[in-house]
Design a protein around this ligand. Structure first.
Ligand SMILES: Cc1cc2nc3c(=O)[nH]c(=O)nc-3n(C[C@H](O)[C@H](O)[C@H](O)COP(=O)(O)O)c2cc1C
Length: 158
């Protein structure tokens, strides 16, 4: 009989892939901003410009991502670990005291981010317990600076 798949080992192995950290944001039709910390961001295509984000089906915010025609990716800078924690934890208004400006389509762009990608939701693909959102990039910008990194369940900087 085949051995049972080791979820814990899989999780730890995935964590050996060092990533940056983003906060993905959307605007609800009533004007309320929503967002979550996500390191599943990947650039997919240069021409046309397409990026992807994977959202856990258990995340409360997923229905906003399913419903919204646009989302934004805010790539975090080295000094933004507290912001990453805030957008990964429940039980508080994540945007309380957070400075942001609306992008082209009103989607929240967070102050101090290292880079930003405003996206039109092009496609969503169900993949196991996550949904992959493919976004066509409609606007982007970046600042010089150091990124916040994530490796083996901890924050790092360059
Ligand atoms: C460094 C880091 C990276 C994360 N990456 C993702 C991700 O790519 N996709 C995702 O769905 N959740 C990710 N999470 C977890 C979500 O941020 C968290 O489950 C979410 O904010 C839950 O909130 P909600 O249920 O209120 O939406 C990550 C958390 C951390 C700390």
């Amino acid at each position: 009989m085949a051995e049972a798949f080791d979820q814990n080992l899989y999780r730890k192995a995935c964590g050996r892939f060092a990533t940056g950290i983003t906060i993905a944001t959307v605007l609800a039709p009533d004007g309320t901003p929503h967002g979550l910390t996500a390191n599943s961001f990947t650039s997919v295509s240069m021409d046309p410009p397409i990026v992807l984000l994977c959202v856990d089906h258990k995340a409360n915010v997923i229905h906003h991502f399913r419903a919204a025609p646009h989302f934004a990716i805010n790539v975090l800078a080295a000094g933004q670990a507290a912001l990453s924690n805030r957008f990964a934890e429940r039980g508080q208004d994540r945007f309380d005291g957070v400075d942001w400006t609306p992008g082209q389509f009103g989607v929240p762009l967070l102050d101090g981010a290292l880079a930003q990608f405003e996206c039109e939701t092009a496609q969503s693909i169900e993949a196991g317990d996550h949904t992959i959102f493919l976004g066509k990039v409609t606007a982007t910008r970046y600042e010089e600076g150091s990124p916040l990194l994530y490796f083996a369940s901890r924050y790092h900087t360059l």
